[in-house]
Design a protein around this ligand. Structure first.
Ligand code: KIV
Ligand code: ZN
Length: 377
């Protein structure tokens, strides 16, 4: 698969990401993240849900003032006039309108019939369009909806003038092949409008499903930095961007070398740590300990790295432990100005392994301290 199609990145860190329990950003924090997202090069920033609180309203307004000239800023609205008006009052030129289409949501949450939902989609999209807004419509819980009804909902939004239609896998129940097929069907009834995907990570498939959606014809992906969001989170921006660029050769506007710093900023401001093993931005994403791996990476990083750490602003970290070999140890010591012959290196390595075998960590400084003894002996 070799494609050069350009894919839009719609970032919802400040809306869906912030919906996660325990994440409550202040206005200033939201603005700092928005500025970083604008630098990063996302195509749309979903700044918040203006009708949900005063704080969200003013944060959305400030974000538009701060970055609205250089990036599309949108806000979430239920499919009703009040929410759309609140978005307009906040200064939005783009709005993300949603109403659910699955029977379970219609019956237990909305208490509406399918006909009523179709009417609401038509009226709300038309209303937002009549105010000159860019409109993206989401049939919430799309992937558990009756497919015929979902297609009707999409067609209704398109007829009412929606510019984009986003397909949310609200509770993360899709698998890649299924989702790819669904998106193909949606594209067929969408009269050339951009189709977007919004995948939750309940089964750990959010990135895979997002990519499958793109292969199925989607032209936009909803993501959050570090994958934060409701329950198991959303598709993570860094994973989606790098998979699109490196594995499938799609074009994206995101400046990948800012991914690591963006991840760190969001982690610091939300208080949610980035897992050590997290792809792309985790501290072990370019970590190597086993002797064979370290030797390979020192000779040529391509042996055990599918991309260069600098490409995503991350770092290569060579670690010491019971699996270490002489090449890694030599590199770690030489980086600290210590040069030993092979015999002495072997002796230092034995000491390092003794410490590691007893369950303790061995830092580069520990290795230096041990090696210093051998320098004089
Ligand atoms: O997951 C979801 O369905 C959403 C919608 C509001 C788009 O976040
Ligand atoms: Zn969501």
């Amino acid at each position: 698969m070799f494609s050069t199609r350009k894919i839009r990145i719609f970032d919802t860190t400040l809306r869906d990401g912030e919906q996660a329990p325990g994440i409550d950003l202040t206005l200033e924090q939201k603005v700092r993240i928005a500025r970083q997202l604008q630098r990063l090069g996302v195509d749309t920033i979903e700044a918040g849900f203006p009708a949900s609180s005063e704080g969200e309203f003013f944060a959305t307004k400030r974000i538009i003032e701060e970055v609205g000239d250089s990036v599309e800023v949108t806000g979430l609205a239920r499919a009703n006039k009040n929410d759309i008006d609140r978005g307009i009052e906040a200064g939005l030129a783009s709005i993300h309108v949603f109403i659910a289409t699955s029977d379970v949501h219609l019956k237990y949450k909305l208490k509406m019939t399918r006909e009523q939902v179709l009417d609401r989609i038509y009226e709300s999209v038309k209303y937002a369009k009549s105010h000159g807004l860019i409109v993206e419509y989401s049939p919430e819980d799309a992937t558990r909806s009756n497919v015929e009804f979902l297609l009707q909902a999409v067609k209704t939004a398109v007829e009412a003038g929606a510019d984009r239609v986003n397909i949310p896998d609200t509770v993360g129940v899709m698998t890649p092949f299924k989702f790819q097929e669904l998106i193909k069907k949606i594209v067929e009834v969408s009269s050339g409008r951009i189709i977007s995907v919004h995948c939750h990570n309940d089964f750990g498939l959010a990135t895979a499903n997002s990519i499958a959606g793109v292969v199925g014809g989607a032209g936009q992906v909803h993501v959050t930095v570090n994958g934060i969001g409701e329950r198991a989170g959303n598709a993570s921006l860094e994973e989606v961007v790098m998979a699109l660029k490196k594995l499938l050769n799609y074009e994206v506007n995101v400046k990948s070398w800012l991914l690591y710093d963006t991840s760190k900023l969001v982690s610091e401001l939300t208080g949610v740590p980035v897992p050590f093993f997290k792809a792309i931005v985790g501290d072990n994403a370019f970590g190597h300990e086993a002797g064979i791996h370290v030797h390979g990476v020192i000779e040529n990083p391509l042996t055990y790295e599918p991309m260069a750490p600098e490409e995503v602003g991350n770092f290569r970290r060579l670690a010491l432990g019971k699996h270490s070999g002489i090449h890694g140890l030599r590199k770690i010591l030489e980086d600290q100005g210590i040069y030993l012959d092979d015999e002495k290196l072997k002796e230092v390595l034995q000491e390092v392994k003794k410490i590691a075998d007893s369950g303790n960590k061995v830092s580069a400084e520990d290795a230096k301290r041990i090696a210093t003894r051998f320098l004089t002996s």
